[in-house]
Design a protein around this ligand. Structure first.
Ligand SMILES: [Zn+2]
Length: 564
């Protein structure tokens, strides 16, 4: 159905829903209710079995956990390409559905030991059980010998917060040891930073970036499950096997020779042998004016790694706009996951059904509905990015090499790890209070009987842990939604139990598998319908939604749009 006349097309949608659901057609002129009606029509048109089939395929053992640079990648990107072509999307990168992403694959020797002598007493930490370590330098051998250890609290230098854990100390050539999350977190002091909500300073990526800027030879983060919001198994699993990076040319930020994590138990022992109480030091690190503490300890590591230059692929399909094809809305989901860990016994395929076969299935279903309805005014780009699990690298590369100029990109909608626990009375907007995209979403969700709220665990830093963050950093308004946790069937208690079960037993574990018996997709379809309607409204409109005043990314957007 070709719809140049929006009203005609919307009347058709309204008619569709009316015949099936007897819902009274809303006044078709007011965008919000038009979008809300579109959401209902979407739910009528979509078949959850189709969605499930995409997930079943992408999360099958045959796809081997969709590791970048592996046969699992070849199967995955070919599947997504074929589906985009079947749906009627055009190639999004000239005549190709692929955007090549250069990457460096590094494998650390996991027999590497870390020697730490404390007041002359030797400690040998083993890879995987006591610590994990790696290098982003691309060097085959990195040797650090007798490097002085310095405890730098949270390792944060935040001028706007008037906080600098590196004040008055030179850590060049030294090994900094630090805590995960934000100052204030472990003391539950909500007066510091953004209280319970983790800022980017709390993310492990920031801590290594800052230590590199300070010229440290190595940086070690002390793991604690509460602070990291995941257990040691997740750290070990993510740091074992192949690690991926963009080549230095594509990611010029300074890099540490060595970086890694140590277990809380190991850190406590080391500090005790140094005559220090880690718990006391941690309390001090949560106070303004904290001063870094040099430890009577030295670290030595001889890390051998193999590095190979490889390529991965973002998959891109486009539905060209009818009136403003040079402007676009982007739907994005990462296709990659943790692959197969051949050296692990038993089930060693990290299938990544929730994370993120659901997101890829979602953008394919949304693309199908857009294609079914004919061309909107603006183009709609469907972007399945690679290397998310390795540090949001596929989207970082896309933002550095956009296929649609960023100042022509009206919005990005990111889907990562959708809810499969059933219908809810609410919907989560990660980082809620950020942009006008939420104003478009709100009436749509309300029409679905759902209230919007921010993520229930802001301390876990969800806003920095998926691909929309790279677009946000560049200024492009980005929306990242998640399932609600107030289940129709069982309420908040059931929702929290489902989230806990996923986090503890399946997040970044081989157990993240598709299960037709327990998955409830009615709630998932609501999520899809809502984000579909948001994109539809923007794709058929003239608006340039912006960040709210005071949002850290607004400046970049305003500058970008003024320069146009
Ligand atoms: Zn994910």
């Amino acid at each position: 159905m070709r719809s140049r006349n929006l009203l005609l097309c919307l009347a058709a949608i309204a008619a569709l829903s009316a015949c099936k659901r007897e819902t009274p057609a809303p006044a078709a002129t007011e965008p919000a209710s038009v979008a809300a009606t579109a959401a209902i029509a979407f739910k009528d048109a979509i078949d959850p079995a189709d969605f499930a089939e995409h997930v079943r395929t992408l999360a099958s053992d045959e796809f081997e956990g969709r590791g970048p640079g592996t046969p699992g990648e070849d199967k995955t990107v070919e599947y997504v390409r074929a589906q985009m072509q079947r749906i009627g999307l055009q190639p999004g990168n000239g005549d190709s559905y692929f955007q090549t992403v250069p990457m460096v694959e590094t494998r650390a020797d996991e027999h590497t030991a870390m020697d730490i002598s404390v007041k002359g007493k030797a400690h040998t930490l083993a890879f995987g059980t006591d610590m994990v370590i790696g290098t982003r330098s691309g060097k085959p051998e990195v040797k650090v010998e007798a490097s002085d250890l310095v405890f730098v609290g949270y390792g944060v230098d935040a001028p706007e917060q008037d906080w600098n854990d590196y004040a008055g100390i030179d850590v060049k050539g030294k090994t900094v040891v630090m805590l995960v999350n934000d100052p204030g977190f472990h003391a539950h002091d909500e007066s510091l930073f953004e209280g319970k909500r983790m800022t980017y300073y709390g993310r492990w990526t920031y801590k290594f970036e800052e230590a590199a800027r300070k010229g440290a030879a190595a940086a070690l983060i002390i793991h604690d499950t509460e602070g990291a919001s995941y257990d040691w198994d997740v750290v070990r699993g993510s740091w074992s096997g192949a690690q991926y990076d963009l080549p230095a040319a594509d990611d010029p930020a300074p890099r540490l020779p060595l970086q890694g994590w140590i277990t809380g138990a190991q850190a406590t022992t080391l500090f005790a042998d140094a005559g220090l109480d880690l718990a006391q030091l941690r309390a001090a690190a949560n106070k303004r004016g904290f001063k870094a503490v040099a430890l009577p300890a030295k670290m030595s590591v001889d890390l051998k790694s193999t590095s190979v230059e490889k390529q991965s692929r973002n998959v891109v399909g486009i539905l060209p706009g009818s009136e403003k094809p040079d402007e676009a809305v982007i739907y994005m989901a990462h296709w990659d996951h943790l692959g197969r860990h051949a050296d692990e016994p038993g089930d060693n395929i990290y299938n990544g059904a929730v994370d993120n076969a659901t997101g890829v299935a979602a953008i394919l279903e949304i693309a199908e509905q857009f294609a079914r309805l004919g061309k909107p005014k603006r183009s709609v780009l469907f972007l399945a990015v690679t290397l998310e699990e390795s540090g949001l690298l596929g989207s970082q590369y896309y933002v550095a090499h956009p296929l649609i100029p960023l100042d022509k990109t009206a919005a990005v909608i990111n889907l990562d790890a959708m809810g499969v626990a059933g219908k809810t009375r609410d919907m989560t907007v990660v980082g809620m209070g950020s942009s006008e995209l939420e104003d478009i979403l709100k009436p749509i969700a309300e029409k679905q009987g759902r209230a919007l709220h921010s993520e229930s665990r802001p301390e876990s830093g969800g806003y920095f842990r998926s691909d929309h963050f790279n677009f946000a950093k560049a200024g492009v308004p980005a929306l990242y939604v998640d399932a609600g946790d107030d289940l129709i069937d069982g309420g908040k208690a059931a929702g929290e139990a489902a989230a806990r079960d996923y986090n503890e037993h399946r997040y970044h574990k081989p157990g993240d598998e598709y299960d037709a018996a327990t998955w409830k997709l009615d709630g998932t379809m609501d999520e899809l319908a809502a984000v579909y309607a948001v994109g539809l409204e923007i794709a058929n409109g003239d608006r340039w939604p912006n960040w709210y005043a005071g949002n850290p990314f607004k400046n970049a957007r305003d500058k970008m749009m003024q320069a146009k």
